[in-house]
Ligand binder design. Sequence first.
Ligand SMILES: Nc1ncnc2c1ncn2[C@@H]1O[C@H](COP(=O)(O)OP(=O)(O)OP(=O)(O)O)[C@@H](O)[C@H]1O
Ligand SMILES: [Mg+2]
Length: 260
Amino acid sequence: MKIAITGKGGVGKTTLAALLAQAYADRGMQVLAVDADPAPCLAGALGFPPELRAKLHPISEMDELIEERTGAKPGSIGGFFTLNPRVDDIPERFSVVHRGVRLLEMGSVDTGGSGCICPESAMLKTLFTHLLFRKDEMLILDMYAGVEHLGRATVDFVDAMLVVVEPTRRSLGTAAQIKKLANDLGLTRLWLVGNKIRNDEEERFLQENTPGLPLLGVLYADLAVQEADRLGVAVYDYVPQLKQKAHEMAEKLSAVVQRA
Ligand SMILES: Nc1ncnc2c1ncn2[C@@H]1O[C@H](COP(=O)(O)OP(=O)(O)OP(=O)(O)O)[C@@H](O)[C@H]1O
Ligand SMILES: [Mg+2]
């Protein structure tokens, strides 16, 4: 199963990605979590220990690797380089595993077809498509804010796109934009996840204002989420109610995806 997590900046994409990744891993699945944020922080949310985090580097910043594979130095303009470099060994070679979750940091990804045609984007696009083609049991993509990154491969291979929203009109507005863009590209397997919900009224607000997307579930606001971050431990371990929600959501998601 391949899950992409999107939504407005700061709504809780990384928190949800970490919760679902650990929930599926604890259910015995092989999980590959991909941090596609230019400023990676999924390792922190997953509580990866410092010595493992030290081994992680975003692929987009590996200049030597990019040059070796594409034939051109990142940042170079003009000249020739390959548009489909070898990437099949990258997920295993440059990821780290902790408690059943394999984590790969991509760095900034431009998969939307726009943007520069340069060695680093060729590398990331090829890698991204490769990840979507792989037969991983569970791929969880923590996408960065915005909707520009939705490309053909995302649409064709993602089983579920989760759009995280806070109970605010602004984040619901972004969700509506994501839905439109996804639908225009032919992706209709989208679910809404509410986060930072403080009371029934906020939950109702979400239900009444969803941009026509089914609600997969909600996560409650909890100051312990920030505390976990400060202490460098996994939200999953530190906030029991969110761990439980993560399992409920993981189960429901597997069921709805199988039906879709
Ligand atoms: N349920 C929650 N209760 C309280 N705080 C939360 C909750 N979920 C997330 N947060 C806090 O909100 C902030 C943003 O969360 P997170 O990093 O998961 O969002 P994001 O969508 O990945 O952000 P970005 O767009 O920057 O990648 C963090 O400080 C996090 O601790
Ligand atoms: Mg994030």
